[in-house]
Design a protein. Structure first.
Length: 301
């Protein structure tokens, strides 16, 4: 082992060395030591690891291997100064959530937007949000849900659903735009679109982390697919995809006027609204993509 750093396991990683997990814990402990794992992440029942490892060091595992792991861990802690300065530097705490930081986050949202489909010419968006529009229909489970816009690893392991801040309203900006889903609008376009939208909220699958977000086929969730179909067949539409993993959206492409990837904008989704209104800082993607039958023939900006 000629590396300078040290190796740490994933949470409960040694439990999963065997199948089923934890089937032979003593074997798992011994294996992890011999393959070079120096530190083990054990969130529960740590006494079990301590007792088992103590027994094995007395009978099976050479003490030199424990010394080697300890040396690696302590050396790195000394190198980063944890013994001289064990606590975090709080001198910059007053800058947290400063105006400058929030503006930078909004700029990051704007500049990370990627245009994937544009049914107009290459020099303009097919559909820009008019600055003085009396009504703009906003559909989908992510539209006004801060938890969904942040994704997993926010507040807790696989995120939350809901809002607790005014700024969570991704689409609201103080430029005279009202986001209304009213019966009058539904009647105006001659569809049952409002009912369809209300029926497509599926909070069980919207926020995820790690294996909970794994997909076997990369297809769009039925709720999102239904929203796209019901809205885009009745109105000119911009589809903004809020996601963090690959997703096959080709079955819905034909119905969209504009398709844009917004990733996970977090709490500064206002940057997305401004870009859609004024066509600012949008990256345009081109290239051939596996599984797509057509080329996205637009160039980078």
């Amino acid at each position: 082992m000629s590396t300078i750093g040290f190796i740490i396991s994933d949470q409960q990683g040694i439990h999963r060395i065997t199948s089923p997990p934890h089937a032979n814990y003593s074997c798992s402990v011994q294996t992890r030591v011999h393959v070079g794992i120096d530190m083990v992440m054990v969130p529960y029942n740590s006494w079990e690891l301590i007792d088992d490892l103590t027994f094995q060091v007395k009978n099976i595992i050479p003490m030199s291997r424990i010394d080697n792991a300890l040396k690696r861990i302590l050396r790195l802690k000394f190198q980063v100064g944890l013994f001289e300065n064990p606590l975090a530097d709080t001198s910059l705490d007053d800058q947290l959530r400063s105006k400058e930081h929030r503006e930078l986050a909004r700029e990051a949202v704007r500049k990370s937007l990627v245009l994937l489909k544009n049914s107009a010419s290459a020099n303009e968006l097919a559909l820009l949000l008019p600055k003085k529009a009396p009504r703009i229909l906003v559909a989908g489970s992510h539209a006004v849900n801060l938890g969904y816009q942040c994704g997993g690893w926010t507040i807790q392991w696989y995120g939350l659903s809901g809002n607790n801040l005014i700024e969570a309203r991704l689409w609201l900006v103080d430029r005279g735009i009202n986001n209304e889903m009213t019966n009058n609008l539904a009647k105006l376009i001659g569809t049952t679109i409002l009912t369809a939208i209300k029926d497509t909220i599926d909070p069980k699958t919207e926020v995820y982390a790690e294996t909970f977000g794994d997909s076997q086929n990369l297809t769009t969730a039925n709720s999102s697919y239904d929203t796209i179909q019901n809205v885009c067949r009745a109105l000119k539409c911009i589809v903004v995809v809020i996601f963090s993993r690959p997703e096959a959206i080709e079955p819905s492409l034909a119905q969209m006027d504009v398709l844009m990837a917004a990733w996970l904008p977090g709490t500064k989704g206002q940057g997305l609204t401004v870009s859609l209104m004024f066509c600012l800082a949008i990256t345009v993607l081109q290239g051939n993509f596996p599984g797509l039958s057509s080329r996205l023939s637009i160039s980078f900006l």
